[in-house]
Design a protein around this ligand. Structure first.
Ligand SMILES: Cc1cc2nc3c(=O)[nH]c(=O)nc-3n(C[C@H](O)[C@H](O)[C@H](O)COP(=O)(O)OP(=O)(O)OC[C@H]3O[C@@H](n4cnc5c(N)ncnc54)[C@H](O)[C@@H]3O)c2cc1C
Length: 403
């Protein structure tokens, strides 16, 4: 496929049609909706602002588009879903996360559908797919990030009823301010008489955020200035046996489950935002006049643009290569580590050069490129830091099973 910053997808008519309609919605109706509300990337908003976007995106077929047709989707391949994720990322829309269901919607629910009982599907997950309920995911705690096994939130069995009482403090639950329930990972209290060195057991629970003993507090504001994080504080919060997701002991498998897929699907969001940075920078280089000519006439700026776009092309190509392997039933585990590492690191370098080319116009609060720089910086840590990706690559390379 010939390289263009804005892909055309002529080789895939279904995707071409979807992308065309998605761009129309993002640049038209959704842009108008945001402008009407005066939203900026650092605005504080409520769920009432998001619900119309969930509903409209569902009507237009975008919300949960990746799901199978019997769940209201179009059964997209991973590569097709990535193309749509890149589009929303590149759109510059504030509420882009609510169009395909990243923010508390079907994409956030992700792979847990496969663990759900009929009751859990009916009460929790199908309403999420319909845009009627929203969820968040709570694994991280102040002292447990990369090292998830350090988490302290504990589930103590009830004397009767077969349920548990959960106590602990989760931080950085994205979408928490808008969510009805959390997919929350807790450590099971040790069995009476268990040895001190018994390995910890973790389980996943569907926790209603309005349940007695559960408090949702505003979370920390990350450097992107977005107000979408929550702390979730549990104090003897009761969960019934019907709220256990999967089996006791499945917590980390569910929490970290489908990591290869999730890691790869994180990349197109970053690529989309990077594409936006490139587009803004090209526009700036064409229009900004220095010494009587456009900035883009300077060879030093041209070289920067060439390097930035080449890095973007490499990052995008390797991501699509790994996604294609997933689509054909492969397990591109090492490749997913490499993609997350390279996409996040190159995005940050591209954003830095984009700010450099913008000069003072890129350094002021309120400039879109300045916000993108801050946003892209976070991806080197989020969803598995670059160091953790390198650990994974090296572990795979050094594994005795590798020839
Ligand atoms: C905006 C935002 C949104 C988030 N959303 C969610 C969410 O929805 N749900 C959720 O559960 N969590 C969420 N998180 C938490 C996120 O997943 C963690 O921040 C991430 O896993 C890293 O953990 P940490 O920040 O505690 O860093 P730490 O684990 O303390 O790591 C600190 C540094 O040490 C490095 N390091 C750690 N261990 C190793 C190692 N073994 N080898 C080499 N280097 C290492 C790391 O790479 C990093 O550079 C979010 C965080 C942010 C900032």
């Amino acid at each position: 496929m010939t390289f263009t910053l804005t892909p055309t997808y002529e080789d895939n008519p279904r995707l071409q049609d979807l992308v065309g309609r998605l761009r129309d919605y993002l640049d038209g109706e959704l842009a108008d909706y945001e402008a009407g509300l005066g939203l900026g990337p650092e605005s504080t908003y409520t769920r009432a602002v998001l619900e119309p976007v969930w509903r409209r995106s569902r009507e237009l077929g975008f919300y949960g588009v990746h799901l199978p047709p019997d769940q209201g989707g179009q059964g997209l391949t991973y590569t097709e879903l990535a193309a749509l994720k890149e589009e929303v990322g590149a759109s510059g829309r504030i509420l882009q996360h609510s169009v395909l269901g990243d923010m508390g919607g079907p994409l956030r629910a992700g792979s847990i559908l496969q663990y759900a009982t009929d009751h859990q599907l009916e009460k929790y997950l199908l309403p999420v797919i319909r845009g009627e309920r929203a969820c968040c995911f709570s694994l991280t705690e102040t002292d447990a990030g990369s090292d998830v096994r350090a988490l302290r939130t504990v589930a103590v069995p009830e004397e009767s009823g077969g349920g548990w009482r959960i106590s602990g403090h989760k931080v950085f639950s994205s979408a928490g301010p808008f969510a009805d329930f959390s997919v929350l990972i807790a450590r099971m209290a040790p069995e009476p008489g268990a040895p001190d060195d018994a390995p910890p057991v973790f389980s996943a629970f569907l926790v209603d955020l309005d349940a007695p003993g559960c408090t949702v507090r505003p979370g920390e504001t990350p450097m992107s200035g977005e107000h979408i994080e929550s702390d979730i504080v549990l104090d003897n919060c009761r969960v019934g046996p019907e709220q256990l997701l999967g089996d006791v002991g499945d917590g980390l498998r569910i929490g970290l489950g489908r990591v290869t897929t999730n890691r790869l699907l994180h990349c197109p969001t970053v690529l989309g935002l990077t594409r936006r940075a490139l587009g803004l920078t090209l526009d700036f280089a064409r229009t900004r006049q220095v010494f009587g000519a456009p900035l883009g006439a300077l060879q030093s700026v041209q070289h920067k643009l060439a390097d930035m776009t080449t890095a973007y092309y490499a990052a995008r190509s390797m991501t699509h290569d790994a996604l294609a392997a997933l689509d054909t039933g492969g397990n591109p585990r090492t490749e997913a580590f490499m993609c997350k590492l390279f996409v996040a690191e190159s995005a940050f370098r591209i954003a830095d050069e984009a700010v450099q080319i913008h000069g003072k116009a890129g350094l002021v609060r309120g400039a879109e490129i300045e916000w993108i720089f801050r946003r892209l910086r976070m991806f080197r840590v989020l969803t598995g830091s670059s160091e953790i990706q390198k650990n994974g690559i090296a572990r795979d390379l050094l594994s005795p099973s590798r020839t």
